[in-house]
Each structure stands twice: as C-alpha cells, then as structure tokens.
Design a binder for this molecule. Structure first.
Ligand SMILES: [Zn+2]
Length: 369
C-alpha cells in the first residue's frame, strides 16, 4: 500500500490523495481552493480506478472535472444532492455509516461531524491484512452533525488543519453570543457547514437569527434526509431554529444575527450586504473560518472592519490526539496544515508517528523492519 498527497500536505490547500492498494489506484477527494482557486496537478497521476469523496466542500470536490469521465466517483447520497452545480457527473453511493464493496475492496465509512452527509473512509486490503484511514475533515464538537470514531488502520491521513491550536468550540461560541447581544451581526459562512451550527447555538442563546435562502434550503434538505445525518438533539434544534428564523434578502434592514452563504464573500447576497454596510460600523461583521487570501473577507479583516472569531469545524489538538490514538496507525500524514506550522504539531504530539513528507508506504509483514 502506498499513499501520496497529490495535494493536501504542507499546505492549507485542496484535498487530493492517491492511494495504491491491492492493485487498485484510488483518488481520495479532488478539490479546489480554499485560496486563489488552487487546483491539484493530476497531469502525471496515471490511471485511476475510482474516486472516493469524503464530503461536499469545494476544497474536496470542486476539481472533480479533472478526473476522466470514465472513472467512477463515489460519495454519499446527501453529498451528491447538496452539491448542485459543482457536480457535473453521475456518482455512485457511499453509505453514511457502513460498508461497501468498491472494486473488490472493503470500504467502511462513518460520519465525520463536519458537514452534512460527510464521512471518513477506511479502505482495507484484506489479503495483506492492512488498511488506510482517511478522515477528510472531521470534528467532534458539532451540535448538529454526528461523529463516529474511526477504527484502527495501518496508515492514516488525518485532518490536522488547526495544527497545535487547542481551544474548544465553546470559547468561540461564547464570543459570538456576546457579539450577537450587542447589535446587528453579519456572519458569512458555508451553508453546508458551520453556518447552520452557528444558527442553532445563537438561536438557543436568545438571538434573533435570520437566514439567507441558501442556508434555509440546506436546513430543509438536511431535515428531510435520513435520520442518521443529524444528532437527535441537532434535529430538534435545527427544526426549532428554522421555524423561528427570519428571512434575509438584499433589501433587509440590519437587525439580529444575519447568516449568509459564501464565507469569502466572493459573490451573492453576503457580498451585497457587506458592501452595503461597509461604512456602517453599527453592523459588525465576523468571519469564523479560514479567511482566503485576496478575498473581500481578507480585506475587511485586514482593515479592521471585520473581526475573526474561530468556530471550530476541525479538531483542536486534544481531539486530534484522541483520533490519532483511536486509529493507532504505523504512520500518520497530517493533512491541510501549512508546512511552517508542522514543526509545532510534531512537537505537540511526540507520541504520534507523523509522516514528514507527502508520501507513505506500508512495510510488508515479511520484510525486515
Ligand atoms: Zn470541509
């Protein structure tokens, strides 16, 4: 078994990992961004037998058009349904939590706690008695999306987006609740991610939440999807929030917590409102995730017009440590972390057997170690 990060090691960049296992060549995710529409270079990748997709965020699926059309692509039904225009090809279904036979390989999935319909992937080579675990993006802290702890594997690619950062979500959530109590607050966020999580937590704190049409659409789709997509508490909280949430459009007056899609404000309603209220300091703007360089979001934060309050959607160090301990891999590739931040992570988790390059290979049982 051999794993190669085509993209996703040493950089907060798009996910694309090549896995050679039991004679098959699989690509795990094929995304674009989050900065400057960066895309993986698949030019020298050779033949592919299938693509397995962890979840529907653009940095995991938006470069699937680079994959030849005859290569089958697998993702959960909900990821497929929510992908909309991003997806221009048919896909085959992955279970949300269960097992599938893909090209003769046993693939096990579990919910990633990060995005609606999102999964981690465990791929076994039964003959060689070895396996790979790919977490994609994961979180143990979501109020909405359940997280299943992944099983042990020989090699692992884990979501190390936050490096050695170790503050729990509660701290960021408390900051946003406080901001919401001080007046109108504009919160740009991915509609198929933390946007709805923030809506639920802020609504529970008593804030008047208003949702853009994209967030409302995703909330309705997630509630209508199979039960296991949401935690039981999350389902009730989401339905309650949705029934009380106010509408939001381009003519809206600034009031309450206004949650809009497109976290970088590249286009759409969020951008319109941010531009309209740019010179109205009574409307606070807060970004809660990766602020892409060269975006309006970066501009507003850079000039002090907007603040940054992290809302965890990746594991802080304590959770990363627990996930790595559960997988108990021989080698772990820390994904989605800029290389300048890798040394601090290596130092913070000395017991983890981290890869120091973007390539990992298992040592056959019979070979001298
Ligand atoms: Zn993601």
């Amino acid at each position: 078994m051999r794993v190669e990060a085509i993209s996703g090691f040493g950089v907060k960049g798009p996910a694309a990992f090549l896995v050679e296992i039991d004679g098959r060549r699989l690509l795990l995710d094929c995304g674009e961004g989050p900065d400057n529409k960066r895309r993986p270079d698949l030019s020298g990748i050779g033949t592919l037998d299938a693509v397995l997709v962890s979840h529907g965020h653009l940095d995991h699926i938006a470069a699937l058009d680079l994959v030849p059309p005859e290569v089958p692509v697998f993702m959960t039904a909900l990821v497929h349904d929510l992908a909309g225009d991003t997806l221009t090809r048919p896909t085959s279904a992955l279970p949300l939590r269960g097992m599938a036979d893909i090209l003769g390989l046993r693939v096990t999935t579990g919910r990633n706690g990060h995005a609606p319909g999102g999964v981690w992937l465990h791929i076994a080579d039964a003959a060689a008695n070895e396996s790979l675990l790919y977490t994609g993006d994961v979180s143990r802290e979501s109020a909405l999306y359940p997280f299943d702890m992944p099983p042990p594997a020989t090699l692992a690619i884990v979501d190390a987006s936050y490096g050695d950062y170790d503050e729990p979500l509660d701290i960021g959530a408390a900051k946003l609740v406080a901001m919401a109590g001080e007046g109108p607050l504009l919160l740009p966020a991915p509609a198929d991610g933390r946007g709805l999580e923030m809506a639920v937590v802020l609504a529970r704190s008593g804030a008047h939440v208003r949702l853009c049409p994209a967030h409302r659409h995703i909330a309705e789709a997630v509630i209508a999807a199979e039960d296991e997509v949401l935690t039981a508490h999350g389902r009730a909280a989401l339905a309650g929030m949705l029934s009380n949430a106010g509408p939001l459009d381009a003519g809206a007056a600034p009031e309450g917590v206004m949650i809009v899609a497109k976290p970088a404000l590249g286009s759409g309603l969020g951008r319109e409102l941010a531009v309209k209220w740019r010179d109205e300091p009574s409307v606070r703007i807060a970004f809660t995730g990766h602020v892409g360089s060269g975006t309006l979001a970066a501009e507003l934060v850079g000039e002090g017009r907007a603040s940054f309050v992290r809302w965890n959607v990746h594991p802080p160090l304590s959770d990363l440590k627990a996930v790595i301990a559960a997988i108990a891999a021989v080698e772990v590739l820390p994904a989605f972390l800029d290389r300048t931040k890798l040394p601090a992570l290596y130092a913070a988790l000395p017991q983890a057997r981290f890869a120091t390059s973007g390539v990992m290979a298992s040592v056959p049982e019979s070979a001298p170690r």
